[in-house]
Ligand binder design. Structure first.
Ligand SMILES: Nc1ncnc2c1ncn2[C@@H]1O[C@H](COP(=O)(O)OP(=O)(O)O)[C@@H](O)[C@H]1O
Ligand SMILES: [Mg+2]
Length: 428
């Protein structure tokens, strides 16, 4: 059941079987089975346990529906099912637990879809249509996945306005053009995203539709929703109306990441920092995080806090520290002071270059394209190279140990090194 792209021997199989836990679910499924031309008797009771027992001694159907409501340990039971289920079977599960982590784990275990009970007939029809699409064979039109493992690079700004989106769009462009990887740029600033603007394209409705209807996200959806910026780079971004709040449990983002993984070699995630708090699981599958920092007091404080968050939540991820808008002696704090306070080195420094940035904005092209191999873009070229090396599993980003000192200690040390603020002259 883990190999939906290469279904084998489906011709000799029953098209469908369902193992449900209660009569209401059976009654919901039987008319749909009839509609599809399948035998309604294939809907039987006994749930996941019966599915495992039955499939251990008989051939697996093409589409298998399992009700997990009576399962005490859904993941374990799904793994038991995987052992008896033949490759190529598409599994649709249903249950009463509404938890995105369970959903994630189930999808990783090879199930295609999870329907929350009670579900309606349209949800079942949609899940079946999706399963049939997968059975119909490899997806067309989207880049053919290569032998290389997919890698996801998240770009996060330590504070708003540090240039996170500028760097994410240039990184996406370079991974495509300079590194030759088919790349997706996913801009998760749903209301104010600027990825489409950076490439002078219309963002379309794809991302907002995905968030509103995570069940619709599949290979075809991705193919239609992604906007091509260059032959090697596709975007998914939005300009959601400002009266349209972002309401999601995060399953849409997980599903999007899953589909992008199948269709591209690299995904660059432009991740507004507040999303990290709401949806920490967004980084679980990332190989690298590019943390864009500014050399200010507030920047140092938040860098310390975010490095410690990465260490606690995604300990395996490689963190590349990129200081942007570096303006030499005009900096609020020096590079040395900044590095001492965060207790690690900055990996890359990009200068403050308003002229180039303005030129790129006017042309509707990413900074990396307009700046060619100049001094502002060379750190970006270096960044793309390092990300490719990490993607290929050769490591290369520093995973320097965070200090045992508390954040308050670190930050306090920095403050004490700075010249005291001059008292304001008293009014006479
Ligand atoms: N190296 C740089 N030099 C000058 N301006 C920059 C530089 N990098 C980014 N900017 C500008 O800073 C502003 C904020 O950048 P943006 O990428 O939108 O930040 P974020 O996504 O972190 O909020 C933009 O106007 C951008 O053009
Ligand atoms: Mg941004």
């Amino acid at each position: 059941m883990n190999a939906p792209f290469h279904p084998r021997g489906t011709a000799a199989r029953e098209p469908f079987a369902a193992f449900v836990c209660d009569e209401a679910t059976a009654e919901a499924l039987r008319p749909i089975a009839s509609e599809m031309g399948w035998q309604p008797e294939k809907v039987t009771r006994g749930g996941l346990r019966n599915a495992v027992q039955t499939l251990a001694v008989s051939a697996s159907p093409s589409i298998l529906f399992v009700d997990m409501s009576e399962s005490g340990d859904p993941l374990n039971d799904i793994n038991a099912l995987a052992e008896v289920c033949e490759p190529g079977t598409i599994v649709i599960a249903a249950g009463q637990v509404n938890d995105v982590r369970l959903y994630r784990d189930l999808v990783s275990s090879g199930i295609q879809d999870y329907l929350l009970k009670p579900f309606n007939a349209d949800q079942v029809r949609e899940a079946i249509a999706h399963a049939q699409l997968t059975l119909a064979g490899p997806r067309v039109g989207v880049e053919v996945p290569s032998e290389r493992a997919h890698a996801m690079i998240a770009v996060i700004g330590v504070r708003g306005g540090v240039g996170c989106s500028t760097i994410a769009s240039s990184l996406g462009w370079l991974l495509g053009e300079a590194e030759g990887r088919s790349t997706a740029l996913l801009d998760l600033d749903v209301h104010f995203g600027s990825a489409a603007l950076a490439f002078d394209v219309e963002p379309g409705r794809g991302l907002t539709d995905a968030i509103d209807n995570p069940g619709r996200i599949d290979g075809l959806f991705i193919e239609r929703a992604m906007v091509k910026a260059t032959p090697k780079l596709s975007l998914l971004s939005a300009e959601a109306p400002l009266n349209h709040p972002l309401v999601t449990d995060g399953s849409a983002f997980f599903q999007l990441q899953e589909e992008l993984r199948g269709a591209f070699e690299m995904t660059v995630l432009d991740l507004p920092r507040h999303m990290l708090i709401q949806h920490p699981h967004l980084l679980h599958d990332a190989q690298a995080v590019v943390l864009v920092v500014e050399m200010t007091l507030a920047g140092a404080r938040d860098t310390i806090r975010m490095l410690s968050w990465f260490k606690a939540n995604v300990p395996g991820v490689a963190v590349l520290l990129l200081a942007n808008r570096v303006a030499g002696s005009a900096a609020e704090i020096s590079r040395k002071e900044f590095e001492e306070s965060i207790e690690r080195k900055i990996d890359l420094c990009m200068p403050y270059d308003p002229k180039l940035v303005a030129q790129a904005a006017k042309l509707g092209k990413p900074v990396a394209e307009v700046g060619k191999a100049g001094k502002t873009t060379s750190p970006l070229i270096d960044l793309a190279r390092r990300c490719t090396v990490i993607a290929d599993g050769a490591g290369g980003a520093s995973k320097e140990k965070a200090s045992a000192k508390s954040l308050i200690d670190l930050f306090g040390e920095l403050r004490s090194k700075l010249p005291a603020r001059k008292p304001k002259p008293k009014a006479k």
